[in-house]
Write a protein that binds this ligand. Structure first.
Ligand code: PGA
Length: 257
C-alpha cells in the first residue's frame, strides 16, 4: 500500500509572516489525520521559520521548490542541497514545468539535480508533464517516457525508494482546467510502466505518483480515487489553509462528497 502524499507548492508566494500564520492554523486543524503524508514547500526565505514551527514533525514534512546540482561553489543566487539539509528540509521539487519553461531546466540539468538530491538524502519530487500541443498531437505517453528516461538516468533500485514522481500536465497548471481522472490515471499508469522498465517492477509498484494541475477540494477526491494516483501536488489551492486542508482530508478519505 502506498501512503498518500499531498504536497503544497507555494511557488513565489508567502512572506515569513504569512507562512507563520498558515502553519500555526494548519497544524491545529490537521490534528487527527494520520494516514496522509503532507509536504509544504515554501519559498527559500520562509523555510527557516517553517522549519522552526514544524519542529521535525513526522506528519508535515518540509520541502523546497528547487536547488542547484552542485554541493557548493560560485553559483550566484543559488541554493545547495546541504543548505536545505541544514534546515531539515526532507523533500525537493525537481524539474517543475515552470523551471523547465522559464528558467532553462533541461532534462540533463534535471537529471543532475535528481542525483544530487539523492546523494544528499533529500527526497526528490520529480515533475514530468506534456504541453497541450503534445497532447493534441497524441504524444503524451512518448513525452512522459522521454522525460522520465532522461531525467532519471542511471539509478539503482534501493536509491529509488525515496523518489516521488509528479505528473503535471503543463496545460492544467494554474489554468483551472484539471486533467480528468481518466486522463490522469492513464498518464500515471504509463509512468508506472516506464518506471518498471527503467528501474524495476518492484520499485515502480512502490513509487508514489502525484497528480498536479488545478487540484482543488472539489476535484481532489475523484482524482485520488484512481488506482495509480497516490496524492497531489497543489499550487494555487495550497495558499489558503482551508482549501489545502480539504485536499488533505480528501486524500485521507475523510470527506464524503
Ligand atoms: P496549480 O499548480 O495547483 O496552481 O495548478 C500546481 C503546480 O504547479 O505544482
Amino acid at each position: 500500500m502506498r501512503k498518500k502524499l499531498v504536497a503544497a507548492n507555494w511557488k513565489m508566494n508567502m512572506t515569513i509572516g504569512e507562512a507563520e500564520s498558515f502553519i500555526e492554523d494548519f497544524r491545529m486543524e490537521v490534528g487527527e489525520i494520520q494516514n496522509v503524508e503532507i509536504v509544504i514547500a515554501p519559498p527559500f526565505t520562509s523555510i527557516p521559520k517553517v522549519s522552526e514551527l514544524l519542529g521535525g514533525s513526522q506528519k508535515i514534512r518540509l520541502g523546497a521548490q528547487n536547488m542547484h546540482f552542485e554541493m557548493s561553489g560560485a553559483y550566484t543566487g543559488e541554493i545547495s542541497a546541504p543548505m536545505l539539509r541544514e534546515l531539515f528540509v526532507r523533500y525537493v521539487i525537481i524539474g517543475h514545468s515552470e523551471r523547465r519553461q522559464l528558467f532553462g531546466d533541461t532534462n540533463a540539468i534535471v537529471c543532475k539535480k535528481f542525483h544530487t538530491a539523492l546523494k544528499a538524502e533529500l527526497r526528490p519530487i520529480l515533475c514530468v508533464g506534456e504541453t497541450l500541443e503534445q497532447r493534441d498531437a497524441g504524444k503524451e505517453e512518448q513525452v512522459l517516457r522521454e522525460q522520465l528516461i532522461e531525467s532519471i538516468g542511471e539509478v539503482d533500485e534501493d536509491a529509488f525508494e525515496d523518489v516521488v514522481i509528479a505528473y503535471e500536465p503543463v496545460w492544467a497548471i494554474g489554468t483551472g482546467r484539471n486533467a480528468t481522472p481518466e486522463q490522469a490515471q492513464n498518464a500515471h499508469a504509463s509512468i508506472r510502466k516506464t518506471l518498471a522498465e527503467i528501474v524495476s517492477p518492484a520499485a515502480a509498484d512502490k513509487t508514489r505518483i502525484l497528480y498536479g494541475g488545478s487540484v482543488k477540494s472539489s476535484n481532489a477526491r475523484e482524482l485520488m480515487a484512481e488506482p495509480d494516483i497516490d496524492g497531489a501536488l497543489v499550487g494555487g489551492a495550497s495558499l489558503e489553509e482551508r482549501s489545502f486542508l480539504d485536499i488533505v482530508k480528501a486524500a485521507s478519505g475523510e470527506i464524503e462528497e
